[in-house]
Design a protein around this ligand. Structure first.
Ligand SMILES: Cc1ncc(C[n+]2csc(CCOP(=O)(O)OP(=O)(O)O)c2C)c(N)n1
Length: 340
């Protein structure tokens, strides 16, 4: 397993400025997650899947991607999306019932997949298309450990292997799929080893070490650009509940995992950079202040967008609404009329 923190490297794999940018993004992501949870708790937006504990993994990977590379995210991938330049207000608005990407940004980023693993064949298809067109862009497909038990995982990786597609399958192994621990998800010794069956390389990385994730993902993307897919298993830990509708106290006792995996990745990276003189004692507080300012603006922006019309739930699905859907729509409209 690849790691940098804890190995006392002679030099960092990135410049000091890049290391600071990574930590700043981790703090931004952490503040976003905390604010989103608080907003959900007071009914400002619908259910929210926190990513606390996974910031090192996602920010390390986001910094490895080139500007033109495509990201296929899930509901858990908000840290990575924020680091790539998706406005925070877009993510908040999605959770308030709006269509995704209200800002109309031009970051190459697919809509987040909520049905588990469905994005994997899509990502392989996009990589095949990039290859066919001779684009330089690679594709990064994010998913969790639970997704590896889906048929779509097999189909997506099998096609990528057969068609030698420029795609990195980035499995963020946070140890849990809702209440299912990794040990019960698969009898394979690791998730990375599954790549062997598809004819390409699988690698493991300390997911709470953004520098290691950056290096591993950069190498994987370079390999993908030579038309060889790679499966990356990034080992991290989900600190919070699965979503705001979940109570992990019902299934999660103390787990037997090493400290490097369960420790707070933001504190760990900040401590590492402070010890090496890359940041001073005020850096994290300053980054937090800047993130809070950005968040305040994102919340204002989201609040300024009028609430979506309930009809928007129905209208874009079919060219002409089938009778059953129309009946549902009429029922909802009658319910809303009665409420007024
Ligand atoms: C096809 C499908 N089946 C079941 C679900 C219900 N579900 C939502 S999240 C989840 C667990 C996913 O775990 P994992 O892939 O490890 O991702 P994580 O939530 O840890 O990021 C399940 C089973 C779903 N969304 N889609």
């Amino acid at each position: 397993m690849h790691r940098v923190i804890g190995t006392d490297p002679a030099e960092l794999p990135v410049s000091p400025a890049e290391a600071r940018a990574m930590l700043r993004n981790m703090v931004r992501a952490r503040r976003f997650d905390e604010r989103a949870l608080a907003l959900q708790r007071r009914g400002w937006m619908s259910g929210y899947p926190p990513f606390r504990g996974q910031e090192g993994s996602q920010i390390g990977a986001a910094h490895a991607l080139a500007e033109d590379d495509w990201l296929f995210p899930t509901y858990r991938t908000n840290a990575m999306q924020i680091a790539r330049g998706i406005p925070m207000s877009d993510i908040l608005l999605f959770r308030r019932g709006h269509p995704e990407f209200d800002s109309g940004h031009d970051v190459p980023n697919f809509p987040q997949a909520i049905p588990i693993a469905t994005q994997i064949p899509h990502a392989t298809g996009a990589a095949m298309a990039a290859d066919y067109r001779g684009d330089d862009a690679a594709v990064c497909c994010y998913f969790g450990d639970g997704a590896t038990s889906e048929g779509d995982f097999h189909e997506g990786l099998n096609f990528a292997g057969v068609f030698e597609s420029p795609v990195v399958f980035f499995c963020e192994n946070n140890h849990w799929a809702i209440s299912m621990p990794r040990g019960r998800q698969t009898a394979s010794e690791t998730i990375a080893v599954k790549a062997e069956a598809y004819g390409f390389e699988g690698v493991r990385v300390d997911g709470n070490d953004p520098l290691a994730v950056y290096e591993t993902t950069s190498e994987a993307l370079a390999t993908a650009r030579t038309d060889e897919p790679v499966l990356v298993e990034s080992l991290t830990y989900r600190h919070g509940p699965h979503t705001t509708s979940d109570d992990p106290d019902r299934y999660r006792d103390d787990v037997d995992l090493p400290e490097w995996r369960t420790r707070d990745p933001v504190d760990r990276f900040a401590e590492f950079l402070r010890e090496r003189g890359v940041i001073d004692g005020a850096f994290v507080d300053e980054a937090r202040g800047a993130a809070d300012e950005e968040l305040g603006e994102a919340v204002d922006r989201a609040e300024a967008v009028p609430e979506p019309d309930p009809e928007e739930l129905f209208a874009p699905v079919y060219d002409g609404m089938p009778p059953r859907l129309e009946a549902q729509y009429e029922e909802l409209a009658a319910h809303l009329d009665a409420r007024e």
